[in-house]
Write a protein that binds this ligand. Sequence first.
Ligand code: 16G
Length: 168
Amino acid sequence: FEDQKCATYKPEIGPTRPGDGLTLRPLCVSDFDKGYLTLLTHLTKVGDISREQFEERFQAMVRTQPNLYYTVVIEDDVTHQVVGSATLVKEMHFIRQCASRGRIEDVVVNSTYQGKQLGKLLVDVLTLLSKKVGCYKVSLECLDNMVPFYSKFGYVKEEGQNYMCRRY
Ligand code: 16G
């Protein structure tokens, strides 16, 4: 994380050492059995997703478009449960000489594991990855109370820019 604006970790953690008994890795299809969907319910509604639906969506995201969706998870090596996750989506555009932009989505950490700086780790890893895979910018949407958290990573509300949404 040397040359990037990143939060300071105490004690020192990083992608290869996320903390004692924890592993950071890409999402696997077997994470269906490791509580991945339950973890997402800590963030928002998930619904009733069958194994078949999960596998179909996983294939569509990871296999058919291998360089557009990057979901990382943190697994507890003892319980074999997924305790944290976040996704980087690389969007392709024509603007800015056929540029790509990144979006960080679905950042979630099991509340039992809070205080281990796993949220910071997930956001740092995906922010650095967005640059590495060639995004000209990376953005995220969050609740008001999370703005101070994401500000630590250099995310700012850009002047004159508004996030607008239409729900169905
Ligand atoms: C949060 C997430 C966003 C997700 C949304 C789901 C981050 C940084 N933001 O805002 O990615 O899409 O929650 O909420 O993780 P919704 O189900 O109400 O749309």
